[in-house]
Write a protein that binds this ligand. Sequence first.
Ligand code: FES
Length: 116
Amino acid sequence: MSMQPAWMPVGRADDVPLLEGRSVQVGARRIAVFRLPSGWAAVDHACPHLGGPLADGLVAESCVTCPLHGRRFDLNTGQQVGGDYVVDVYEVREDDTGVLELLVPADLMAGVGAGI
Ligand code: FES
């Protein structure tokens, strides 16, 4: 039986201010959720360089800057700006009661539990 991606609640939209990120635990993975002027974005929380906490980075122009060494990642594509590192991107949405939901990929569904 193969697992399917599934929407899972990961927290409340009110807890994420505009142009800030919050990290949520989804199974074995920690994912950074950001509120942008255009909507929501989510990428891996751990910077692929040396594990910096991307949810704590500065957000501007749909990019987040890693607080450890300043590498920037496009929150729409996961691609490092001007470099070769890539973070996984995830779909995130707000339901009509203000709950944030993340589309958890099939490979993360095993043993999943989610929350801020
Ligand atoms: S750990 Fe993110 S830039 Fe070095």
